[in-house]
Every structure is written in structure tokens, then in C-alpha cells.
Write a protein that binds this ligand. Structure first.
Ligand SMILES: *Cc1c(COP(=O)(O)O)cnc(C)c1O
Length: 372
């Protein structure tokens, strides 16, 4: 591969410092909700600019626990985007609530204009998803939610340090769910998640729910889960967290470079960028004519492109019980056929960015020659 998608081997090429901190932790035996977890939570809350951050087992659990803290459960409906990663829908279903899908628009986020039509008397929450690192129109979503007395739980797993009108992703609703999965912008060495909120009561409830509902060793305040951020992973998180701003800046700069160069290639369409949105480009995703052939061409030329995602969720066998039928989400369908993602991470070199651009350009040039 000339341009690989995963950069983890570069990122952790020199793990000596992390390993020595893990070794120190092993000496203490402080494995469960240990000191590194509290330290990471404090630093994460500072990073986002919120009062509380609560470390949990994964990004999926972060969504689920927030919904539970908002008393979402059996009999409730929860609205989310039809084109999200399965984890969002899975987390909603795990609470016992019914996921209700709403189509996306070309921002890759939920089509805000279609939300109200999906609201019923049973709707308890909306989970907007910041897919690719972009944000939906959060002021409008908050307005709709307030009018209908619905809570907003943000799936911001892909948008750490993203913002809308200068207000950070994760700070709009009752809380924001982040993932620390190895593939996310701020990542650890396995699964991990973290929830941010300014609500003291929700934060307190989350601290109980993530740890079996235990108020202390012998008192169970509420039925909870076993979903704690691992102390070992928190060590990795503490090592990386100070780089979050520079990681974000590099991704944004890479995306701006792609935007400029790819916009001139006929056959490819760069989505509209909005100056009031800070897009953090967890995914650099564009629309491509003849996508499958472009994708194959990229792989053959050593450029590891990806497709997020080739089969819309509502057409998946595992979600058949939701009762949707082909054609229910036409924009998601169109995206499944036309989107392609290119590596945009902080470890790419200028040469690699240019290889990606040249590979795409060559594909469409050859296609035009063949058609002529
Ligand atoms: C990664 C991701 C999740 C789930 O995070 P995990 O840590 O893998 O459980 C949820 N929603 C979206 C949009 C994601 O990208």
C-alpha cells in the first residue's frame, strides 16, 4: 500500500513511555476506576469545556448509558439517522426503546426537516449523529426537541472538537457520547468511551449506572451495568489527549487540501462546506460517479479507500424487525452507492495526499478517454 488507511503503527511506533506508565500502574493494582481514569475524565472535561466527563466501556455504551440516565426504555421511541453506524441503533435497542430512522441529507447528518414528521407521542429522545465529523443543524434540533419535550443525546463519536456556531459537539443536548476506539480521532488500545455533560444530576446517575448502580461497596442505588473505562486504557488516553488539537488541525488541513484539489475533478463531488461548522473529518467522504470502479482502481493503485457504508442499515438482515422496506430512505440509498472515503489522518505525508489525488484524477481521465 502506498497510502494505507490505518495509521496505528505510526501512532504507537514508540510506546516506551506508555508502557512504563502501565508498568507503574501494575505496581499499584489500581485497575478498576483507578487514578488514571479520574485524571483522564478531568482532562477530557477541560478539553470539551464541560463540567463533567464520565469514562465508560465504549462509545456504544456511552450512548446507551446516557439514554438510560434520561430514563429512556421499553415503550419509548428514539429518533436517529438512517445512515449511521450500527452502534447508534444498537445502543438505542439495548435500552429496550424502538429506534426510529430518519433519512440523512448530503451533510451525512440527519435531515433536520424530516424529524418532526417522525415524532409520535412515544418519542422520548433524538440521537443526532455527527457522522464523518460534521454536525447537523443543532440549534434547529434543540428547538424541535424543546417544543416536543424530547431529550437530545448526541452521538458525537466521530466529532471530537467539532462545533456548530462555535459551540462544541457534545455540549448541545443533555450529554454527548464519545468513543475512544482505535479508529477514532482520540483513541486508546482497545475499547473505551466517555460521556460529557453539564448536568450534575445526569453525571451523578451515569457514575452509578456504569458501575452496577453501586453507591458504595454495599449499597445498590439503581440497576446499572458493568461499563467502566479501563484504567490501562486511560493511561493511553492521558498520553494522547494533549495532542487532540493538533490531530484535529492536521485532519482539517488535509481535508482542505483535498477539497481544493478534488473539486476540479469532474466525476467527483465534494459536499458543501459551511463556515459556521467546524468539521473535524473523522472521515473524509465525497461523492463519486462510478464509485465501485473508482474504489477498485484505488485499491489496485495502492490507495486504501473505504466505503461508509455500502449497505444502508435499514436494508440489513439484523434490522429487518424494524419493518422498513426498500426505498424508505432514498438519500441513504443514494449515498450507499456513491460515497467513498480517503485517508485524511494526521500521519499522512504531503506525498501521500498527492498520490490519492493523482490516483482519482487518473481514474476519471481514463474513463473520459474510453468514453470519447
Ligand atoms: C464508533 C462509533 C460508535 C461506537 O463506538 P464504539 O466505541 O466502537 O462502541 C457509535 N456511533 C458512531 C457514529 C461511531 O462512529
Amino acid at each position: 500500500m502506498k497510502v494505507r488507511y490505518s495509521y496505528l503503527q505510526d501512532q504507537f511506533a514508540d510506546p516506551a513511555e506508555i508502557l512504563s506508565q502501565i508498568e507503574a500502574l501494575i505496581q499499584t493494582g489500581d485497575f478498576t476506576l483507578g487514578k488514571p481514569v479520574g485524571e483522564f475524565e478531568e482532562r477530557f472535561a477541560d478539553l470539551i469545556g464541560v463540567d463533567h466527563a464520565v469514562g465508560v466501556g465504549s462509545g456504544t455504551d456511552a450512548i446507551k448509558l446516557l439514554l438510560r440516565a434520561a430514563d429512556v426504555g421499553h415503550g419509548d421511541e428514539v429518533i436517529t439517522a438512517a445512515n449511521t453506524f450500527i452502534a447508534t441503533v444498537g445502543a438505542i435497542a439495548e435500552t429496550g426503546a424502538t429506534p426510529v430512522l430518519v433519512d440523512c441529507d448530503d451533510s451525512f447528518c440527519i435531515d433536520v426537516e424530516q424529524i418532526e414528521a417522525a415524532i409520535t407521542p412515544r418519542t422520548k429522545a433524538i440521537v443526532p449523529v455527527s457522522l464523518t465529523g460534521n454536525l447537523p443543524n443543532m440549534p434547529r434540533i434543540m428547538e424541535i426537541a424543546d417544543q416536543h419535550e424530547i431529550v437530545v443525546v448526541e452521538d458525537v463519536c466521530q466529532s471530537i472538537l467539532g462545533a456548530y456556531d462555535g459551540k462544541r459537539a457534545g455540549t448541545w443536548g443533555i450529554g454527548g457520547a464519545f468513543s475512544l476506539h482505535p479508529l477514532k480521532n482520540l483513541n486508546v488500545w482497545g475499547d473505551g468511551g466517555i460521556i460529557v455533560t453539564d448536568d450534575d444530576e445526569i453525571a451523578g446517575k451515569l457514575r452509578l449506572i456504569r458501575n452496577h448502580g453501586l453507591r458504595d461497596r454495599d449499597t445498590i442505588a439503581i440497576l446499572g451495568h458493568n461499563s467502566r473505562l479501563d484504567s490501562l486504557q486511560a493511561v493511553v488516553g492521558n498520553w494522547l489527549i494533549s495532542q487532540t488539537h493538533s490531530i484535529t488541525d492536521r485532519r482539517r488541513a488535509n481535508a482542505a487540501y483535498y477539497d481544493e484539489k478534488l473539486a476540479g475533478i469532474s466525476g467527483l463531488r465534494v459536499p458543501a462546506r459551511k463556515s459556521h461548522v467546524t468539521h473535524v473529518f473523522h472521515l473524509y467522504m465525497v461523492f463519486a460517479e462510478d464509485r465501485d470502479a473508482l474504489y477498485e482502481h484505488c485499491l489496485e493503485e495502492g490507495v486504501e479507500a473505504k466505503v461508509h457504508y455500502p449497505i444502508p442499515l435499514y436494508q440489513q438482515e439484523g434490522l429487518a424487525h424494524l419493518g422498513y422496506k426498500p426505498g424508505d430512505f432514498p438519500v441513504s440509498d443514494r449515498h450507499a452507492e456513491s460515497v467513498i472515503s480517503f485517508p485524511a489522518d494526521q500521519h499522512l505525508t504531503q506525498d501521500q495526499l498527492d498520490i490519492v489525488i493523482d490516483t482519482v484524477r487518473a481514474f476519471y481521465a481514463a474513463r473520459r478517454t474510453a468514453a470519447a
